[in-house]
Design a binder for this molecule. Structure first.
Ligand code: MN
Ligand code: MN
Length: 301
């Protein structure tokens, strides 16, 4: 297995969990409220509207792990296994669950269908926040990446803006794992904004809601205007709004980009130990299952 890809993949998945744990504290706050209470929020200190303990993650990381476990258990892509894991997760009374996500899982439960019908209200960020395992599992096969990305998304979110965001950010994460630079990543954002101008982020207006367009704008704004993992994530979560999810999405991208050594040790030390261990176990496993790795091992034989 390519060592650089493995390290960047670990950093991306851990980055997602760190962003989730860090942002949970400021979720649904305004930047002014955050300033008043924390000055600059840059510690994994728990609290927030969920009253979580420091280092605990929320639905963003938990659903990502649910997909990763389904891939591990099935030894490959099985959408039904993903849906079953979502259902088991919902039944375990998660600390938080989005309304569109709940509706999608209930749809699977009642109709046994693996796709929700198109819905104008499905443009939330709930499908985007959990793309990490698909990025790893499909690394090296664009067709498979697109298929799995949209299939997992449509379990709960069926909306063109959610689809476009998942495909663009997922492609950026994969490109970063393979060593893309800032300019190459910016070119990928231009493909998105030329097809869907609503995603433009050059005049960022500071809105960071759970609407997938604002989530993506917040992540891109801070990713392209900062120079370290910590700066990027701190910027994002101090914007408030859906801070754990903007944190999670920024964490994947910035984690992959800046690598393992850039993840602040004081944040990693705080991260829930079980989540940490499971990410460390699943990341190499997903890469092992990916075409990127099998191609390579075939080439080596
Ligand atoms: Mn969350
Ligand atoms: Mn959230």
């Amino acid at each position: 297995m390519d060592e650089d890809i493995l390290q960047r993949s670990r950093a991306a998945f851990l980055g997602l969990a760190l962003g989730d744990a860090l942002g949970a504290t400021t979720e649904f706050m305004t930047p002014a409220e955050i300033r008043k209470q924390y000055g600059i929020h840059d510690k994994i200190c728990g609290g927030g509207w969920l009253g979580i303990k420091p280092g605990r993650v929320t639905d963003d990381t938990e659903m990502s792990l649910a997909i990763a476990r389904a891939l591990d258990e099935s030894g490959g892509w099985c959408l039904r296994a993903v849906a079953e894991n979502f259902l088991a997760w919902m039944r375990g009374r998660p600390i938080d669950i989005g309304s569109t996500v709940r509706k999608g899982i209930v749809h699977f439960l009642h109709k046994a269908e693996l796709k929700v019908p198109p819905n104008d209200w499905d443009a939330g960020n709930g499908a985007l926040m959990r793309i990490m395992p698909v990025c790893l599992y499909t690394l090296g096969d664009k067709g498979m990446f697109e298929r799995c990305t949209l299939e997992q998304a449509h379990l709960t979110h069926n909306h063109p803006l959610s689809d476009a965001a998942c495909l663009c950010v997922g492609e950026m994460v994969q490109a970063t794992l393979l060593g893309a630079d800032r300019f190459q990543l910016h070119a990928l954002t231009r493909e998105l904004t030329s097809n869907y101008p609503t995603f433009q982020f050059n005049k960022y207006r500071g809105r960071a809601s759970g609407y997938v367009v604002e989530t993506v704008q917040t992540v891109f704004h801070y990713f392209f205007t900062t120079g370290t993992f910590e700066e990027c994530l701190t910027g994002v979560v101090n914007q408030g709004g859906d801070a754990d999810t903007t944190g999670a999405v920024a964490g994947m991208l910035a984690g992959a980009f800046y690598g393992l050594d850039a993840l602040p040790k004081r944040w990693l030390r705080r991260l829930d130990k079980e989540v940490y261990r499971e990410i460390e176990r699943l990341v190499p496993r997903l890469l092992e299952l990916s075409p990127q790795d099998s191609k390579k091992s075939i080439a080596l034989k």
